[in-house]
Design a protein around this ligand. Structure first.
Ligand code: AMP
Length: 283
């Protein structure tokens, strides 16, 4: 596995891979690798001859009050995991090389990005989309794998690829969960052991919603009421949002229609840690 820190060098390497007719997949992460990330790498390896893993804690997608400085960083361990998983190139760019001091262009995301995570984290999706586009251009990948864990991010990226005619295939990977159902996340380490136990209410509420849909309950308000009561059974849980949306445009729905894919999207604070999760619902 080759480690590259310089965007120009990564781009040159990617170009020579393309000239050798290599099919390139990219997996983009902020590091602190876990099973969720590894599942994306495995999927990328199934689909492509060359896998580029990017590790970059992107300052532009954190707002000033968020956890950019506190975000877990474990490069040596990540590099060992990436190598063991069969990554060919680990691209971990220097921030100064990614963003020149006088850089002034960014991606402006639209309606899908305006709600939920977009409303809770102003500027987040523009910052995310900008770095994703840069990493697509630098890696020259034919295919990119993203996790369904960040469902709204996935929807924003799919829309960007469509709107800007980006020549890349987007593949999504299912959510990886701990044995008790909590979605694997780099931020789970912020939870105290008591909070970690309480954090299982997110997945429990997703299962409850799926059960109700199986019983042909189509009224979103009723489903959300039950979801809320499951989550609020945890004393330190505070719901930021809990909504049922269509999975492409992220518009809220009041009545679930047959044959349409919906998502129950959740953002819940357990103590000081904000967790997001989602589950697919289909009548
Ligand atoms: P992050 O490092 O948190 O920015 O995530 C990098 C990529 O890994 C994104 O595409 C995430 O959706 C994906 N990812 C993170 N956690 C999980 C998980 N538990 N299951 C599947 N994909 C995940």
């Amino acid at each position: 596995m080759q480690i590259i820190n310089n965007p120009a060098e990564m781009q040159k390497t990617a170009e020579s891979l393309r000239l050798k007719h290599q099919f390139i997949a990219v997996v983009m992460t902020m590091g602190a690798l876990h099973e969720g990330h590894l599942s994306l790498i495995r999927l990328a390896k199934e689909k492509a001859g060359t896998v580029i893993l990017t590790i970059f804690v992107n300052p532009r997608q954190f707002s000033p009050e968020e956890d950019f400085h506190r975000y877990p960083r474990s490069f040596e361990k990540d590099a060992a995991m990436a190598k063991a998983a069969g990554v060919d190139y680990l691209f971990a760019p220097d921030t100064a090389l990614m963003y020149a001091e006088d850089s002034q262009t960014q991606v402006s995301t639209g309606d899908i990005a305006s709600r939920f995570e977009g409303a809770a984290r102003p500027g987040h999706f523009n910052g995310m989309a900008t770095v994703v586009l840069k990493l697509m251009l630098i890696s020259k990948a034919h295919l990119a794998v993203f996790g369904e864990k960040d469902a709204q991010q996935l929807a924003v990226i799919k829309r960007m690829v469509q709107d800007l005619n980006i020549d890349i295939t987007i593949v999504s990977a299912p959510i990886v969960r701990e044995p008790d159902g909590l979605a694997t996340s780099s931020r789970n380490i912020y939870l105290s052991s008591e909070e970690r136990k309480q954090a299982t209410v997110l997945y429990k509420s997703i299962c409850r919603a799926a059960e109700l849909v199986k019983q042909q309950i189509t009224d979103s308000e009723k489903i959300i009421q039950e979801v809320t009561s499951v989550i609020e059974s945890a004393p330190d849980a505070k719901i930021d949002y809990a909504s049922i949306v269509d999975s492409v445009n992220f518009t809220e729905t009041t009545l679930l229609k047959t044959g349409v894919d919906y998502l129950l999207v959740l953002a819940v604070k357990i103590g000081r840690t904000r967790l997001i999760d989602n589950g697919r619902l289909r009548i």
